[in-house]
Design a protein around this ligand. Sequence first.
Ligand SMILES: Cc1cc2nc3c(=O)[nH]c(=O)nc-3n(C[C@H](O)[C@H](O)[C@H](O)COP(=O)(O)OP(=O)(O)OC[C@H]3O[C@@H](n4cnc5c(N)ncnc54)[C@H](O)[C@@H]3O)c2cc1C
Length: 427
Amino acid sequence: MQYNLDIRKKQEFDVVVVGAGPAGISAAVSSARMGLNTALVERYGIVGGSLTIGCVGPLMGNVSKGTIVDEFKQLLQIKEPYGAVAHDFEHAKTVLTDLVNKSNISLMLQTPVVEAVKDGERLTGLIVGTKNGLEEIGGKVFIDATGDGTVSYLAGAETRFGREGDGLVQPVTIMFTLAGIDDSKAISPQHNTYYVRLADSGFREKCREAARKGLLPKNASFVRLYRTNRPNECMVNASQENYINGLDTDDLARAESSLREQTNIIRDFLRNNVAGFENCYVTGSSETLGVRETRRVMGEYMLTAEDLLTGRKFKDAVVSEADFILDIHNPAGAEQADDRRVKPYDIPYRCLVPLKVEGLLTSGRCISGTHEAHGSYRVMYICMATGHAAGIAAALSAKHNVLPRELDYRLLRRELLNLGIRLSKIE
Ligand SMILES: Cc1cc2nc3c(=O)[nH]c(=O)nc-3n(C[C@H](O)[C@H](O)[C@H](O)COP(=O)(O)OP(=O)(O)OC[C@H]3O[C@@H](n4cnc5c(N)ncnc54)[C@H](O)[C@@H]3O)c2cc1C
């Protein structure tokens, strides 16, 4: 067997961000705005990650004022109250592509990262697969915004997977959109603008009973419905496959097939049992299944449930007032395993700095935390805020020629504060 490993060096950048999801776009835009030569490398042919390809909405989570989240809300035309209405995925594709292009970023689409190049402990390059074979992209600082922590793993960082005890992760889901709903029958008069009637407890029990009788997939008994910004349409977050390792391609292929089938079963259940849904039909779904949880990259600090439940503040906070429940979809069955409320919490810079590998930062859902803490900071607004902070940190590191681990957090915080981001202050 002979392998063609003729790897061409493509380009050198100051900052290379991998993954163009909510975290990666935020990281690349903020680095480029600091004047750094920045690349954004994405395996699919479009930017947005879960926010576009994944059909994930509504955008959820809160962070303090002044981060790039405020800009995303404007671009995506998010209406208050937040978290109630899903954004328009087609609109998002256009405005996010435009945001990247206007920010003077070298965008590489259809470019999966498949290997890491190191000099000692320092990450110096990434091998990407292209239609012309393998190529190397060099950089001073890299940001892992892959969700899966793939860059960190390839570079030899320490990662963890799943909950303590049994190592299980949250289930996978295919999000889909239903149209043809009769709003006059389906929308609750009490929650006229935002909630579909089905969120009430009567409906929850009806779904559980349907799952017991086999009218719904066994573990899909919690049918979450969200309004979109169009009439007669809703988003469905309900299909569910448990015991899937989102890093295992056999598991992924199996889950993809079963979730596609579940989409039709859920549609039929709604058609046959719910007023206003008699004529509903599927108009769109995520291009590929949505993975809630895979690797967590261990960093200089690991955020814990305790930190979130007590609203802990850190002197090296780079995100403040982060707020979302510990949203853990049951790894071993139906419904929620946890949904405890947190107190607005900080995310310290150390959660973005992986152990063992130099020249690398993380952002988004793969930053350093426990399975429980991850259940909260994995939502999109909080991912954008960690992406924003990682982008600025990478830019400062490259500019001052220091490793991200050696970057003075006070300098980083000063920069973030100067940008107008509200951060908690602890001496
Ligand atoms: C089914 C489901 C429902 C959810 N519901 C909500 C919700 O209602 N509200 C909410 O706010 N959040 C929700 N979430 C959580 C949220 O969508 C994600 O946690 C969040 O999008 C993570 O952002 P990210 O930027 O870290 O990663 P992602 O959005 O996953 O983006 C990662 C990007 O990296 C790219 N990539 C990965 N590997 C490589 C590689 N090797 N080379 C190049 N590119 C690569 C991917 O293609 C992708 O574009 C949900 C998640 C799922 C799966």
